[in-house]
Design a protein around this ligand. Sequence first.
Ligand code: DX5
Ligand code: ZN
Length: 212
Amino acid sequence: MSNIKIAPSILSADFSKLGEEVIAIDKAGADYVHIDVMDGIFVPNLTFGAPVIKAIRNKTDLVFDVHLMIDRPERYIEDFANAGADIIVVHAESTIHLHRVIQQIKATGKKAGVSLNPATPVDVLKYIIDDLDMVLVMSVNPGFGGQKFIESAVQKIKDVRALSKTVDIQVDGGITDKTIGRCIEAGANVFVAGSYVFSGDYKERIESLKRG
Ligand code: DX5
Ligand code: ZN
């Protein structure tokens, strides 16, 4: 249980006081800050970019886990690294040159992750798995918080775990105290939670997730 990490998604935070929100989740026991970057093209929603990440970087020492839901992320990797990202996650579907982007992330000294949309098979990871620090299994279609957990993600987590015993497996979308247990059993160890954490007492919500 202690090796489970909770990554509250600030997509569900109050944007008018983002700095305070980051400090609050740090105090509440979060392990990572999950930062959802959306470009309105790869996903049908817009959020924020590197300048906003830079603005909150000095609020906490927590790991900044940056989930890029943007088309051709290779255009912005250095910007996000310089803004203070610790882990940079790109979508397999967002670039033609996935291997190259992973090397680009690693060249900045940051950790590299790849995210898979619900319909994307795990096979795309076969030849790059050893280069990855984290695999992000999307358990909703990316773009919005507060959606329902897609059950097929559980089998996908098992399939990723079969590819690698050591890679971090993150799950994102619809994670609550009701859905986290079967993801842990399947082999995931990093859990994004947006609406669940931010719609209650942050500390209680994070603790209830950590209880599995
Ligand atoms: C969805 C984002 C998620 C989102 C999760 O596109 O990647 O990180 O914030 O929100 P919940 O936990 O509410 O499903
Ligand atoms: Zn996310």
